[in-house]
Design a protein around this ligand. Structure first.
Ligand SMILES: [Zn+2]
Length: 685
């Protein structure tokens, strides 16, 4: 089940800076080999700062994008593998979390078993779809009821249905959880792939159809059944897509808030058998729901009414087959990879099996693995230093708020209250998830379904008709990332990113503030971006800005939106300034706040010039090095459509021209191509 879309992960990325590939420590944190001096800072700062890194890290077949962040993730994978290996090597008691980690890992690694079993596990799982069997009642109406029962039964095990259901904070009563119904059912992940008319979208739709047919043939479907399957799936998913909101539209929280009593839900959406739906999840006593996208849910009602039984069976069956394909024999996996990996992302090769096995443990038993991880790799002093840095950034953001001339004193006061109320999480959770009800055995597919079912049960157990637990973590401790969550007003920095070379106290402040400092500032600024600024200090979706201030704010963010809209990321393809607005604002705020905190920290003790670079120059080089990456065209096209973060290159070249201190640091003038006149720069923080 999808976690709440509100979490704005930094999708961060570290550095490559404080350590050379050989591991040698550098006091400056900046590895000169990452630079490419054939570029000038004011011509292409991204290439100037990271061109060397790009040459040293060419894309391998496994990757459609490889950046400094992925490099760190690779190191982390090795660590996780060695932790799992040591657990797997010991005698583990049946039912212990160690047994579960070892068995889940081995179920992915055992290729001989997976290939000799072939489709057996999948057929077993899909048996409930067999119309011929007597479980299916003959009358039309009953068949629909049966289908509506199969569907939540599938969804309960993590198979996507025609819409999504989860339990999360009520955005206007953020202390309490509420059952949330959202649009869903799109195998391609977002509506654009179904409705856009550009050549790339057409190509993906064509390849999707071929994938459906190929997988059906592999599952021994014959003609006309597989052609029928492809037609049904594309037609029904396109119907849902046309009624769905775009990712940009989903970013507006007010537009996606629609609270109903259970009675109203049944009256307004009578085409869905809600009693049966919730009963199958074991949820008795639903009082209220938030139904995010009514148009899409109404379309699902129409689909259930208008489509034939066979077509409805096909769409559910397809979602289940598609999910099973990546967890069974190699031939099925290859078909799935060919579409999702090759066609959609441009990858040439699937990840090695051991990385998929680590990912399965990460996905299924993430916090159990995290407990082992922090015990070995997260020193207590890292937590202390990080808390100090966060505190300095918090002070700096307060100062930035104070000096803004466009914001009234009244709004400033409330903004500062929100800033002071940030709930800060560093390293790992204080209490860990309990996996004792999760059963893990030898079958990869059955394990994945068991994990899906356990997650939903755990969600219902801990959240249904219960208050929000502010101490829940939305990322595992070993994750190399960070997030801000508006409904709890929390910033979270898992242990995974708090390690050299990303966060390195051997390196000086210029480096640390430019790298991890901007990340901290980025997450903090999410509390005040176009979306986060609509929530108050208690996480409630309320208006706390004066109307005039909000207008000023909107005008200022429009500069950011327009600047990114104008960026051509590939010939003929422009960035989406609205989709990436929140992340771009967070990068801008992160840079402004971290630079101020850096100046505060070094005011009484200025840093020296190292390797010919001033401390200010090293700050910006450290930031840019976070985003050094190589990327394939297919991946660029995919991200521009669906990723709220800008591409690495534009997180640098789209941000620098709006930071006055960058002009000063590198002596950028009107003669430089990256120069933007002062009156056209973004001025928010
Ligand atoms: Zn972010």
């Amino acid at each position: 089940m999808k976690k709440k879309h509100l979490i704005m992960a930094f999708a961060l990325t570290a550095m490559a800076a404080a350590c050379t590939p050989s591991g040698k420590q550098l006091a400056s944190g900046i590895d000169l080999a990452n630079l490419d001096s054939t570029y000038l800072p004011g011509t292409d700062f991204y290439m100037y700062a990271t061109g060397g890194w790009q040459k040293l890290h060419p894309l391998t077949a496994e990757y459609s994008r490889f950046g400094s962040f992925d490099q760190l993730q690779e190191d982390n994978n090795e660590r996780l593998r060695s932790l799992i290996d040591s657990v797997a090597a010991q005698e583990n008691k049946k039912g212990s979390v160690e047994q579960k980690i070892a068995d889940l890992y081995n179920s992915v690694m055992d290729s001989a078993r997976l290939n000799s079993d072939g489709l057996a596990d999948a057929y077993d799982f899909l048996a409930c779809f067999h119309f011929e069997e007597e479980v299916v009642p003959p009358r039309d109406e009953d068949v629909r009821n049966w289908l509506e029962n199969v569907w939540p039964r599938m969804q309960r095990q993590g198979v996507p249905g025609l819409f999504g259901m989860y339990i999360a904070a009520d955005e206007k009563d953020a202390k309490n959880n509420i059952v949330t119904i959202v649009q869903g059912g799109l195998t391609l992940g977002q509506k654009d792939y179904y409705v856009d008319k550009d050549a790339r979208s057409e190509e993906i739709r064509k390849a999707y159809r071929e994938y459906i047919i190929d997988l059906c043939q592999h599952f021994s479907f014959s003609e006309p059944d597989y052609t029928q399957m492809a037609e049904d799936v594309l037609r029904i998913e396109t119907r849902i897509a046309e009624a769905s909101k775009s990712r940009t539209e989903l970013r507006d929280p007010e537009d996606n808030y629609n609270k109903l009593t259970y009675k109203e839900l049944k009256e307004q959406f009578p085409g869905i058998h809600w009693d049966g739906f919730f009963q199958l999840f074991g949820m008795n006593g639903v009082k209220e729901v938030c139904l995010g996208q009514p148009v899409a849910i109404h379309e699902v009602e129409k689909i259930l009414k208008e489509e034939t039984q066979e077509s409805l069976r096909n769409i559910y069956l397809w979602h289940a087959m598609d999910m099973a394909a990546s967890c069974i024999d190699d031939a099925s996996r290859a078909l799935s990879f060919n579409f999702y990996g090759k066609v959609m992302s441009g990858k040439e090769e699937d990840r090695p099996r051991w990385k998929r096995a680590v990912a399965a443990v990460e996905g299924g038993l993430g916090e159990a693995l995290g407990q082992l991880y922090v015990a070995k790799y997260f020193p207590p002093e890292a937590k202390k230093r990080m808390e100090k840095l966060i505190n300095n950034l918090q002070i700096a953001l307060g100062e930035r708020i104070d000096v803004q001339e466009w914001m009234s004193d009244e709004t400033k006061k409330v903004a500062r209250e929100k800033l002071d109320a940030f709930y800060v999480k560093v390293g790992y959770p204080d209490k860990w998830k309990d996996y004792s009800d999760l059963e893990i055995g030898e079958s990869y597919l059955r394990n994945i379904l068991a994990v899906g079912e356990w997650e939903i049960k755990d969600m219902i157990k801990t959240k249904f008709n219960k208050p929000v637990d502010r101490d829940e973590w939305y990322m595992t401790p070993q994750t190399v990332n960070a997030y801000y969550n508006p409904t709890t007003n929390e910033i979270c920095f898992p242990a995974g990113i708090l390690q050299p070379p990303f966060f390195d106290m051997q390196a000086d402040d210029a480096f640390n503030y430019g790298a991890i400092g901007v990340v901290i500032g980025h997450e903090m600024t999410h509390g005040f971006d176009d979306n986060g600024s609509k929530y108050d200090k208690n996480g409630n979706l309320v208006t706390w800005w004066s109307e005039e201030d909000r207008k000023e704010f909107e005008e200022r963010i429009q500069v950011m939106r327009a600047f990114h809209d104008s960026i051509e990321v590939m010939p003929g393809l422009h960035a989406n300034g609205s989709l990436t607005l929140g992340e771009n604002m967070a990068d801008h705020g992160g840079l402004m706040v971290a630079f101020q905190a850096f100046k505060n920290a070094t005011a009484s003790n200025p840093l020296p010039v190292i390797d010919g670079f001033t401390p200010e120059q090293r700050f910006f080089l450290a930031y840019a090095n976070v985003w050094g990456q190589n990327i394939r065209d297919e991946e660029i096209q995919k991200r521009v459509k669906g990723d709220p973060h800008q591409l690495g290159m534009w997180r640098v070249n789209g941000q620098m021209p709006h930071i006055d201190a960058w002009y000063d640091a590198f002596g950028i003038t009107e003669a430089d191509p990256m120069f933007v006149p002062k009156e056209k720069r973004v001025t928010i923080w």
